[in-house]
Design a binder for this molecule. Sequence first.
Ligand code: NDP
Length: 315
Amino acid sequence: MTATILDGKSLAKELQAELKSDVEAFVQDKGFAPTMAIVRAGSDPASEWYARTIVRTMERYGLQAVEHGRPADIAQADLLALVAQLSADPGVHGIMIQEPLPKGMDRAAVIAALDPRKDVDGVHPANAGLLAQAPPAGRGEGAPFFVPATPAGGMEILRRYDIPLSGKNAVVLGRSNIVGKPMALLLLRQNATVTVCHSRTADLPAVCRQADVLAAAVGRAHMVQADWIRPGAVVIDFGTNPVKPCPACGAHNAEDAAGCACGQPLDEVKVAWVGDVDFEAAEKVAGMITPVPGGTGPMTNVMLMRNLLAAARRS
Ligand code: NDP
């Protein structure tokens, strides 16, 4: 058996086309573009690159993103004041706090300074709490709230591929506030029976084998092996891990490794991105599976843009 590939890349393109026409209609109706502020401090190159990518991507779809970069030694009070000022600005509809924040900065305090109605990244405790309290599907809507873009994208893949969740066993690997935990709550809301695993879970492979739907958000290259997967299960891989694959033995080495344990030098080997699931082996067992790259990754930015449009509509 070979699994059906859950093609996040193509799906993201479809959603981008839908989003583009929704944004055009919004701009025509309201006379302004949904605008997001990206708050960043320090000079982490990955964070700078990601902020620039978001600005460019948003512009392509008629949305506006403005980067507010600050030096790493910005005082916490000044960063809090910036977030408060953007929260109060009626011309700003969404705010994203770019991680990592400088060492010593109280991350929780910075996030708490966000207006939850502009928290398009779904990180404010009010949004996390509303997600936790939202009624199950079919029992009303509850208050509107924002969901972090990555798990929202994973759920959208499940929805667009008509994958039934009600009454199914779902296992989520990872319990972070931005991926694992919200994914578990979203699956629960769709009436799945959810188990959440973490670094202290006993006999992880056995727990994973119970899953009709297995979502991995661990950050460990190829941790999930084929024999962890129940035949026919749906696998959603959020993992995005940089590795240097050894051309001689295939081992996944750390991205900065100069050589493999088998003796092969890796200086010339380019960094590749792999998921938490051993895709090649898993696709022979799973019923459906997201690839890495091209699965959950491309969905994340689209869901963030959808959140921004929703924030602007509500403003
Ligand atoms: P975190 O490091 O915040 O969380 C990792 C989770 O995995 C923790 O709950 C941790 O357990 C658990 N874990 C770690 N090691 C093990 C282990 N050996 N066995 C069982 N559980 C383990 O990561 P994130 O949630 O931020 O990210 C997870 C992955 O998703 C990463 O690869 C990241 O790059 C990717 N990601 C992808 C995005 C996308 O757009 N597709 C966006 C965001 C992230 P514990 O709580 O006990 O420490």
